[in-house]
Design a protein around this ligand. Structure first.
Ligand code: MG
Length: 296
């Protein structure tokens, strides 16, 4: 895929748009200009983080606070893609959640049917996101729900993520692993790089998957793009070297200082997308095409 063919972008957050130092987020040089240039080109972008301790709008607010032009509706997290997953199933959708209070409120407001631990046996799915505390009797109830046929969903299943002072072990992964072990089940990941995440991105962008570019710092992890998920991947080294083979060379290394100018050149050097284009994907509906016409 060529950059000229890209009609929508999805950006990772940490290590891609910002670097976090404790509670402070430092914007990666060039990131703001890059997002503004893409916006001006008429092409949509969304941001996807696997962070799940806050509702998506709060992540968006945090990015705006440091100067990045991100609207609430452009912010996607596993709390969004779990809905894409559930919406793609025909069976019941009662969810037993292991999430923070903020995330629980967001899911309930979004229309996800939540059940509490007294009704765990009714759950069609157990969903684990970030959580600060877990209770063994609750884990047991969740495990029995999974044994009884509920699906075990998790936002992310990586053991740890990068913190200012070294790796932070994922409590969500710990809880997921406990339920998975007790129920002899493999969890289904619904955050990046799952199909559910791609579905959420595609719907938000209104662009066919093969015309979406992923910009992230973790090529072989959560930002992975292959035929199982995304069809396109853009990373710094790839563009710095004008090499479109995402599997080649130093493509796993995201160097924003190099990548941002390369992407800026691309985004500033072409015309806005053609609204008459023939989207081959069902999610690219007329509303989106109309929006693009308005931008032009
Ligand atoms: Mg990252």
């Amino acid at each position: 895929m060529r950059l000229d063919d890209v009609r929508g972008f999805v950006f990772d957050v940490d290590g891609t748009l910002v670097h976090r130092d404790g509670g402070t987020a430092h914007v990666v040089p060039g990131a703001r200009e890059l997002l503004e240039r893409i916006k001006a080109s008429g092409r949509p972008f969304v941001i996807f983080t696997n962070g799940s301790h806050l509702p998506p709008a709060q992540f968006a607010r945090g990015l705006r606070d440091v100067g990045l032009p991100v609207e609430d509706e452009q912010m996607l997290t596993p709390l969004c893609s779990v809905q894409a997953y559930l919406n793609g199933r025909r069976r019941g959708q009662k969810v037993l959640p292991f999430v923070t209070d903020g995330a629980r409120g967001y899911l309930a407001e979004s229309g996800v049917e939540l059940v509490d631990f007294d009704h765990a046996a009714e759950a069609d799915a157990v969903f684990v996101a970030h959580i600060d505390h877990a209770d063994l009797p609750e884990l047991e109830k969740a495990a029995f729900a999974v044994i009884g046929g509920a699906r075990l969903l998790t936002g992310s299943y990586v053991a740890a993520y990068a913190g200012a002072n070294g790796p932070i072990l994922s409590r969500g992964a710990m809880v997921t692993a406990a339920i998975a072990k007790a129920s002899s089940t493999r969890p289904t990941i619904v955050g990046k790089p799952s199909k559910a995440a791609v579905r959420a991105v595609r719907k938000a962008l209104g662009v066919p998957t093969e015309q979406i570019a992923v910009v992230g710092d973790d090529l072989y992890g959560s930002d992975r793009a292959d035929d199982r998920t995304m069809d396109c991947q853009i990373v710094a080294a790839e563009h710095a070297e004008n090499d479109h083979d995402a599997q080649g060379g130093d493509a796993g290394q995201w160097d924003p200082a190099t990548a941002a100018p390369a992407l800026l050149d691309t985004c500033g050097g072409r015309q806005p997308v053609d609204p008459e284009g023939d989207p081959a994907d069902g999610d690219c509906g007329p509303e989106r095409v109309h929006a693009l016409e308005q931008v032009e």
